[in-house]
Structures are given as C-alpha cells and as structure tokens.
Design a protein around this ligand. Sequence first.
Ligand code: ADP
Ligand code: MG
Length: 679
Amino acid sequence: MTPETQKQLGITEASAKKLAKLHIHTLWDLVLHLPLRYEDETHITPIADAPLATPVQIEAEVVHQEVQFRPRKQLLVKVEDAAGSLLFLRFIHFYPSQQKQLAVGNRIRALGEIKHGFFGNEMIHPKIRSADHQGLAESLTPVYPTVNGLNQPTLRRLIQAALNQLPLHDSLPDALLSQLKLPHLAESLALLHAPPPELSVRDIQNGALPAWQRLKFDELLAQQLSMRLARQKRLSGSAAPIHGNQSLSTPLLAALPFALTAAQQRTLAEISHDLAQPHPMHRLLQGDVGSGKTIVAALAALAAIEAGFQVAVMAPTEILAEQHYLKFSQWLAPLGVNIAWLSGSLKKRAKDAAKADMANGNTQLAIGTHALFQDDVAFHNLGLVIVDEQHRFGVAQRLALKDKGADVHQLMMSATPIPRTLAMSFFADLDVSIIDELPPGRTPIKTKLVNNARRAEVEGFVRHTVAQGRQVYWVCPLIEESETLQLQTATDTHAQLQTAFADLRVGLVHGRLKAAEKAAVMQAFSSGSLHILVATTVIEVGVDVPNASLMVIEHAERMGLAQLHQLRGRVGRGAAASVCVLLFAEPLSDLAKARLKVIFEHTDGFEIARQDLNIRGPGEFLGARQSGAPMLRFANLEEDLPLLEAARNLAPQLLAQQPEVVEKHLSRWLASREHYLGA
Ligand code: ADP
Ligand code: MG
C-alpha cells in the first residue's frame, strides 16, 4: 500500500500489512473485497420458533452461568427469552470479558445456529451483544474474509471509507448498461457492502442479484477485452514467416512405416499455413491419446529447420521430454538434423555444451523440460516452439515461455479437450486444430474392472501376455498425500512382482530416479529387454512402446478420469489386442464408482472429458490451481454462461467503436492481473 493510500485511510503500517495479507493494496482492492456472507441482525426470532441449523438472532436474559471442566473447560450459559423459552449458549474458548457480558440478569442478543445439544437446544460460540439501549440493525451485516488482528468493524469502516473516497465513475456508458439491464457499478458495490433493509440474506446471496451480475459482467468483460487485445497484439506483432521446402519432410514421410491419416494431414496443413504468416502462430494441436500428434509436430519442426530456423520442443516432465527426444532422434537424426537435449538434471558440463550449441546455432532442434526457457538459455534464431501438454506447466513457466517466445511461432499439443466455456474465455487467443481420428489398424483396448481380491488371476494374465511375446505395464497406486509413501509403494510392488515373476525381467521407474536411470529403464523396456515395467504415474503421458499390450492399474479408484484415460492410452498402440485391467479395492465411494463406470464404458477421450466435467466441474484445466492465482473472482464460467456470452459479444464492438471505454474498463480491472490472464 502506498503511503498516500495509508494516509487517506488513516491507518498504521501494521494495519496496511494485514490488509496486504488479504491482497488489498489500493482503495479499489478494498471496495472489491466483498462479503463472504451476511448476518441478519435486523430482527429477533423467538427461541421457540427458530429453525434448527439456520442462523438466527434471539434476545434473552441470562438466567444461569457456570464454567464446566468436563469433558473440557467451557463456559455454559442458560438464557430465557420473553416467551419463557430456554436455550443454552456454549463457549469452548472464552475471555473473562465475555463472562462479564453474560452475567446473570443481563439482557443479550445472540446470533448463531441452534442445534440439539447434550443438555437441550444450544448455540455454540454465538455472536453476543448487549440488548440494552441498542436498536436492531436496519440492514444485513456483511461478514468479510479477514485475517488475525483485523476485525470486522475495522474492515467495514475501511471499506466504507474507500467507497466514499474512490471516484467510482462508471466505466460503461449508461446506454449500454440499460441495454444490458445492469445497474451502475458504484450502486452495485454500495449495495453489496451495505444491503438495504428490504433485502434478506437469501436475496443478497443469490448470484442473480443485479449487483452481483454487474460485478461478474465487468470481470468477464475485462477478461474478454484483454484476450482480444492479446490476440490483436499477436497478430500485429512480427514473426519470421516459415516456408519449408520439403527437403527433409519428404524423405521422412517416405521412411515412415505408415501414411498420415487424413486428420493428421489436415492439421499439418493448418499449422503450415500459420507458420507462413508474418506474425506468431498460437495454435493448439488437440488429439486423443494415441492419435499421432508427435509426427505432426515433427513435420512442423522440419519445415522450420528446412527454412533455417531452430526449433525447441518442451515437455512438462523429464520422462515425456526423453520420449520425445528418442522419437525425434529416431525420425530426424538420420536426416542429418542436429538435436540437443536439455533438462534440469543434466550435469553442468553437458548442460553448458548443449547451451553453447543452441546459442551458436549448431543445434537445430532442442528438446527438454522447462530448462529450455531458463534465463541463461539463448537461441541463435529460434523460429518455432512446440509445447507438449501445455496445461501441465505452472503459470511461471508459461510466462517465461511467453516472454522468450514472444515473436516466435508456438504450437501447443494436448490430449485434454478444452471445455467450451474455457475456450471462450481463457483460451480465446488460441487457434485449435483437432486430430479427430485414430490411425487405422488399432484394435480397441478392452477394459476390465477387477476386484483387488482377485489379484492372483491378474498375475496369471500377465504371464500369459508375456508368453505371447508382449510386454506389461504395472502402475502402482497413487498416494497423493506423500511422495515418500508413493515411492515406498512402488519399491514394494516391484519387489513383490519380482518374487511373483522370478523368471521374468521386471523393471521399475518412478519420479525420484535420476534422469539417466529413468532413461535407461525406459530404453530397456522400449527395446523389449524388460517384460514388465512397474511404474508410478510418471508414465502417464507420452510413453510410447507399441509392444506393450497389457496395462494393470492398481487402486484405479483413487485416480482421476483424465489420468486413467492417459494411462490406458499407453497400450493399444500396436497391432495386438490390448487389455487394461483396473484393479480396485472396496469400499468404493460414489465418486469412484461413477468414474470407474465412465472409464469402463468409454474409450473416446472427448466423451470421457465431457463426463468428467459433469462429475466434477471445470476447475482443473489450465494449471490454474498450481498458480494459486484466482482465475475469476466473481464469475463462474458454468453458472454465468449468459454473462460470458454477453461479454464476448460486446468486446469486439467496444474495441472497434469505443476504445476509451476499453481503456477505462481495463485500467480499473486488470491493473496487476493482466500478465496472468494472458499466460
Ligand atoms: P499422441 O497423440 O498420444 O502423442 P503419438 O504421436 O505418440 O500419439 O502416436 C501414437 C503411436 O501411433 C506412435 O507409435 C506413432 O508412431 C503411431 N502413429 C502415428 N501416426 C500414425 C499413422 N498415421 N498410422 C499409424 N501409426 C501412427
Ligand atoms: Mg504424445
């Protein structure tokens, strides 16, 4: 908070620090600090009429008070209201001042929820105030999110001060507001901070209240405007147009053991068209697990390399990056392309050498983790960045990429379909190409749900599969709470399977292995020298071993749908009929049952993603959770779809006709968040 703001509010440095904890730095932040909920102190409910488990205010006289010590120290107070009804008030934590306030004979008001208690009906930790000389509140009392040492009355006072001092001129013209049937912003904020007497708690907590609608709309509009501006900026920015001459792609296509599917050809054409533009491409290549995105990306990379540019391929995990490294090397090294590998775990010397080759232009294709976009990495003439599973990167990494890759073409790849509302909002500046068919000749994967009690049968099936010359993945249970436990489980499972299959070669791969060890195990499995690969969920993305035809997943009930789908997609990549065994342990929660049913019944990733959205809502896309930055504070993409659509329709109109409105609106709403929204 600036000293001026502090002075305007008349608060100390210490209070300013507390406000900072609530992310409040300006008057505007204060007025946007909206109540969590409201308390109704506008009337008194007779104890006898009070509904249970609903906040009510009662007025009564204290008739008894005692401090009990069993089962623990607590203050127990008995009160009686005008109608003669009794109620207990109970406090586990209390101060002497409260005992005084609740002395026998005092008339008090208590606000809280009544529950059935041990002695009779009671309120636990109600809010107490004296009933003497105090009229009832005229309107609902807002309750704000707060931190220790900053009480509600202080917050309320500061917010009211901010409301009075801040010129809340509307950023949107009146004509527009009446057309949208939305109230003014100043009026909306005033109402939400100090509701008028006629509003009930139900009314004001309803998101359909015009005041709420106004805030949500403003927020969504700011998002739409900034997205469109980002797009305009990108389209007006410059990037070197890339025209491949096919000198490398033709021999690669000739050497491939397969022909591209129609969907692969179409998406490649879309990408090539973008690459030839003089402004940066920003395209997502979306396709289900196994749909063959990698070859499309490799061909896009070749176009850039043919035109004399460097290409960077970035993946969110070392395992996945290594898989790309192996695949790209297999395809491109024979064509004479210089490929470099860069990851965080590389030894300093190797890393320095790789960086030197990237900087002097020797390297034509660099593959790695986000280490590729660290500060000290420089490219000679980077033309294209390919990012796999972009949504798995954290916001910081995406920003680093955004800054470094500002004037280069970007191709993102993902197997996770973007829900429509997200595509309309956060991904508005993204062109999408979809691979909507699988390569021919795949035999569909058979999914079996097997109770963990029948594990022995599964072991028999593993033997049978190996006897036929096929390989097996065995995925260990996910233990989200503890990485150490997770590791332990993987090691235990490995030991146990080694005993069970003493005559087979069983490998183990998990997240804690050194990169070189991981690569060695994966290589051994790819080349067929391991029969069984015990793995944690690190193999979830991108691993490609066509000879593996059986996937066993332990405790499948603990995993999310997207994860199960990705894991299952590791098999069914060759000609052999593949099986995915989902081991589960009872009892199953309803959620787990619903998920297992979906994964059992469906193989189409888009359908699974759709059902997933139904089951659990959109929250997890985008890596927004990792960032901790709220994507939207007031609006909810699912509930507020009509507002989102209205904002989306209005944005281009405002940008074209009323730039001053855009400017005003964005400067108010996006001050510090713009950077995030575009990431
Ligand atoms: P994903 O889209 O999940 O990244 P991959 O690119 O790893 O899929 O491709 C899965 C497998 O399919 C790989 O073994 C790849 O070589 C193979 N493949 C890709 N395109 C075709 C095609 N047109 N015909 C046959 N096999 C293909
Ligand atoms: Mg892939």
